[in-house]
Design a protein around this ligand. Structure first.
Ligand code: ADE
Length: 252
């Protein structure tokens, strides 16, 4: 998967994604991360890319042309353009569709994604109309720019790219695929602050442990994210225990 990020702050994106699992995935070649500085495409002798908003008001607006040229520098080499299609270009904005796991899996099917990060008051609407294919928000709050949001998306999407997670890491997210929260985890020591590790985890009985974890996932989801269960109720989702039981979301 090839990620391109059009931004005024490329260092922020590169540094943010260059560690841990995503840093390893870049090093191993499972994903590529190309940051493009919109300022490099300024059409102004002082290297400015923003200007006052028509109609007045506070803040500055990023001009259409530098954004268009930055996009073009990536789009002209994209596989999509060669096939006569528009490359998938995501504009990060609180006005977009709210990002969730189903979207993660959908974006992960693409070979290439372009992220466009705004700053200040935003980007001239006319270039958005020409290049953007998807408007995405990472939540109902306002960030200072789209960079952190693009990093959140790249992190979540990369987990679905083959080779990015090792076996142990990929086993971890199976429960989220059922729209359930994960069960609680424990490690040594057995007793800490007079709190004991649940006895079932010390039995070595794999079936019992799986059943307990599944039960805990359901309880935790009901307590902390009842909205997930509500969604699944209307979808008539049933939860299948790894050891054979079944529970319908509607009965929880
Ligand atoms: N830019 C500013 N706020 C944002 C948000 N919540 N999601 C995506 N991009 C943003």
């Amino acid at each position: 998967m090839d990620f391109h990020v059009l931004t005024l702050f490329p260092d922020m994106v590169r540094q943010g994604l260059n560690t841990s699992i995503i840093g390893r995935a870049i090093k191993d070649g499972h994903i590529t991360l190309n940051t493009v500085n919109i300022r490099d495409f300024s059409i102004n002798k002082h290297n400015r890319v923003d200007d006052y908003p028509y109609g007045g008001g506070a803040g500055m607006v990023i001009q259409a042309e530098p954004v268009y040229r930055a996009w073009e520098s990536v789009a002209k080499n994209s596989k999509a353009i060669k096939q006569g299609k528009k490359p998938r270009c995501i504009y990060l904005t609180p006005q977009g569709k709210v990002f969730h796991q189903t979207m993660v899996e959908e974006f992960a099917q693409e070979e290439e994604l372009i992220f466009l990060c705004g700053h200040y008051e935003g980007i001239d609407e006319r270039v958005l109309e020409e290049v953007v294919t998807d408007y995405v928000s990472i939540g109902d709050y306002v960030l200072t720019g789209g960079e952190l949001a693009s990093m959140v998306m790249i992190d979540a999407i990369s987990r679905f790219v083959p080779g990015v997670l090792n076996n142990e890491e990929s086993a971890q997210f199976e429960s989220m695929q059922d729209n359930l929260l994960e069960y609680p985890h424990y490690t040594r020591p057995e007793s800490w602050h007079e709190k004991e590790v649940p006895k079932v985890l010390l039995t070595g009985d794999h079936n019992k442990i799986e059943a307990w974890r599944w039960e805990q996932s359901l309880i935790r989801t009901k307590e902390r994210r009842p909205d997930l269960l509500e969604k699944n109720k209307s979808l008539k989702v049933a939860y299948f225990s790894p050891t054979g039981g079944t529970k319908k979301a509607a009965e929880m």
